[in-house]
Structure formats: C-alpha cells, structure tokens
Design a protein around this ligand. Structure first.
Ligand code: PMP
Length: 400
C-alpha cells in the first residue's frame, strides 16, 4: 500500500474510545477461563431471553421496513407507561426512541456542546459519557463524588475557579457507573437550583434506576421538576432487558424534538424496527415488572456475595461501596502501592477481568481503584473471581 497521508478532521484527535467496550473483544480473544467483572451487562440467565425470542418472532406489516425517526408509536406509549409508574407523567412529544443509551448521550452532546464548552462530569464517571462529550470538543471539569453521589456543594467553587458557568452538567443519579452511589434527594434539589442559576443543561443519564434492590426510590430530577427544559433525560433498555437490543429513549423538552429528529436522521434514520417491536410487544404483554421482580433479588444476592468475598479475601486492604441497586461496586485499595492499570494483565492471566479506575477519568485519576460488575456472575463464581483478584494482587506486588 502506498504511504497515504489522510487529512483527518481535527475532532478525530479527540476520539478516545472506551476501554470498557474494548474489553468485550479483548475477552472474546482469551481462551482460558475468566471470571468476568468487566462489562456492565446482565448475564444471559438474567435476560428474559425466551420471551424476547417469542416476541421477536411476531410478524407485522412493515416490521422490516424503515420506521419513523421518533420511534414506533407503540413503544413510545409503553415508555410513557413505564415513566408514569415512576410517578413521572410525560408526553409523546417529549420522547424520542434511540439506538441505546449511547445514542441519547450523543444526541444530547450534539445539541448542546460546542468546542471549548465547559462540561461538569462526575469523577469518576462513565467512560463513554466522557468520550462522547470530548468528541464534540468539551472541556471537561471533573467534580468529586461521595457516598451521596455528586458533591453538588463543591460545584460553585469549581465553577468560580473555572471562571465561567458550565454549559452542561452530566450526572448518573442512580447507582452511578462506576461507583454505585446514588445522588441524595437534597442534592438533586440543589443541582436543579444551580443549573437554573447557570442556565446549564443537566444530562440525566439513568440506565439503572429500575434496578433498585435496597431502600426506597428517590424522586428523579424530572419528577422533582416536571417540564424543566434544562433536564435532558437519557434512558435505555440495555440493563433492564438486554443490551444487544440497542433500544433506549430520551425524554426532553418538546421544543428539542425537531432538532433531535434532524440529528438522528443524520445518524441512523431510525432505531431498528424489529428491535423496537420486540421491546414494545414484550412490554405490552405485561412482562417488565415480573422480570424486574425476579432479577433485582438476584442482583441483591450477587452484590452481597461480592462484598462478602472482598471482606473474606482482602479484609481491610480494600474499601468497597455498598450500592442500593445497579451493577457495580467501586473498590479502592487502601495500600497506595497497588496500581490497577498495571494489575490488569496479571489479573487477566489469573482468570479475572475488571475495569481499571483510570478508565473513568480523563485526568488519569483513580489508579488505586477498580470497577467490578457483580451482575454477570453467580455468587460462587464471584467468590472465585475475587480470590483470583487477590492472587493477582499478591503476584503483582507493589507495582506503581
Ligand atoms: N450510560 C451509562 C451510565 C451506562 O452505564 C451505559 C451502559 N454501560 C450507557 C449509558 C449506555 O447504554 P447503552 O448500552 O444502552 O447504549
């Protein structure tokens, strides 16, 4: 091949990709037994596979044609019912069906972020959220998290130091990815006040909210302040049903709908109609609540199994969060010599995979931490995986 110099767009340099997503192909290439704590996905036995297969086999006219960009009307109706169950009454003109939650994030960033705009993100936060904002040229400002979620009280100082208000605030309020923590009710109110003061859009990314297994739900931002045009909500069926469907939705101010449709038409025309129909028919069959009732009990068991295994194999060498729902534990090594970037290869060879903490920060923070997904493994496998992790730490020694 001739040595061709391609003249790339400047934005190509800002495409950072996702270590999380790349772990899928990395793990597929391994031939030895690996306990998989890396990807945030339900295990096959916790997806309603048989029911989805049955609904996928239904044939209706137009199922394999193009659909409308805003989404299949039956699915929009089902989405509104799910939201109404969560005490949030929305309307069809606020909903756009998306190709997974990722497309919702992409649409939000496309509509609100110009190169150089200040975007507040949680530190740590979902790798792909950072990647999406960066792909539109955002200047990311990492704000701290504690066990009550984003430390909203810290934002005014951070913003004063930045010298300008944030255009966007990106938050994952429930069972945050990667930390598992939940934004308290008081902080939700404060966040809404600050966003109003600064004129910032809040990207409210909540894929896990329906997967609560402990304590009572906290009202969502759009339940606290319905109709607030500054709340842009991103949702997905990936964690509550199955990620391979690639179906999600956004709930946003009706004035944004034409822009969302224009933007989506320039991406993928419409979300897969067969996938939308499968989800719509599954939901119309009244299958969601029984499915959630079954899986959340198992997730609770798996989370507890992971906390017990961490205590058994690591004792006070680690600190782990204790989420009320979702998929993730965030584990911090109290021994500052442990470097989870360097540990990764040793752990993989020992037969356990996780996501290193540094994947969740664009500043290289959190090399003393890692994310473990407890949703994908049974309690026995979880214990085995944590034992392997301990062996890897012992083998790697202090490697920072
Ligand atoms: N936001 C968060 C916080 C997530 O954890 C995920 C999935 N890992 C997504 C968005 C993307 O969801 P989807 O797979 O539906 O694109």
């Amino acid at each position: 091949m001739a040595d061709v110099k391609l003249r790339l767009a400047e934005r190509a340099a800002d495409l950072i990709g996702s270590i999380i997503d790349s772990s899928t192909s990395l793990l597929a290439r391994q031939t030895h037994d690996i306990v998989r704590f890396a990807m945030g996905a339900p295990s096959d036995d916790l997806m309603p596979v048989e029911l989805l297969d049955r609904y996928a086999a239904y044939t209706v006219p137009g199922k394999y044609g193009y659909g409308s960009t805003e989404g299949e009307p039956d699915l929009v109706e089902e989405v509104l019912k799910i939201q109404a169950e969560q005490n949030y009454s929305s309307s069809a003109d606020r909903i756009t069906i998306t190709t997974g939650g990722m497309q919702g994030l992409d649409l939000a960033c496309k509509l609100f972020i110009d190169p150089g705009d200040l975007v507040i993100v949680e530190g740590p936060t979902y790798t792909n959220g950072n990647a999406t904002a960066l792909s539109y040229g955002a200047a990311l400002l990492e704000a701290p998290l504690d066990e009550d979620g984003l430390v909203v009280e810290a934002l005014p100082d951070l913003v004063a130091r930045a010298g300008r208000p944030p255009k966007v605030i990106y938050t994952i309020p429930n069972f945050q990815n990667p930390s598992g923590v939940t934004l308290s009710s008081h902080r939700r109110e404060q966040l809404l006040e600050l966003a109003a003061r600064w004129g910032s859009v809040i990207i409210d990314d909540d894929p896990y909210g329906l997967l609560r297994f402990e304590n009572s739900p906290i009202p969502a931002l759009n339940e606290i302040d319905p109709g607030n045009a500054h709340i842009f909500s991103v949702r997905t069926f990936s964690k509550i049903l199955a990620p391979g469907l690639r179906v999600g939705w956004v709930d946003a101010d009706p004035s944004l709908r034409p822009l969302l449709i224009n933007a989506k038409q320039a991406m993928d025309t419409c979300t897969s109609v067969p996938a939308q129909r499968t989800v719509a028919d599954f939901l119309a069959g009244g299958n969601l609540q029984p499915h959630l009732d079954r899986v959340v009990g198992l997730y609770r068991e798996r989370k507890q199994a992971m906390r017990v295994a961490l205590e058994r194999h690591f004792g006070d060498a680690v600190r782990a969060t204790d989420p009320d729902g979702g998929f993730f534990l965030w584990v911090t090594f109290t021994d500052s010599e442990v470097d989870t970037d360097a540990l990764f290869e040793v752990a993989l060879a020992e037969g356990v995979a996780y996501i290193p903490g540094s994947a969740f920060s664009t500043n290289g923070h959190f090399r003393d931490a890692l994310r473990l997904c407890f949703a994908t493994s049974t309690p026995d496998r979880i214990d085995e995986g944590i034992l392997r992790l301990k062996r890897a730490v012992d083998k790697a020694g202090g490697s920072r």
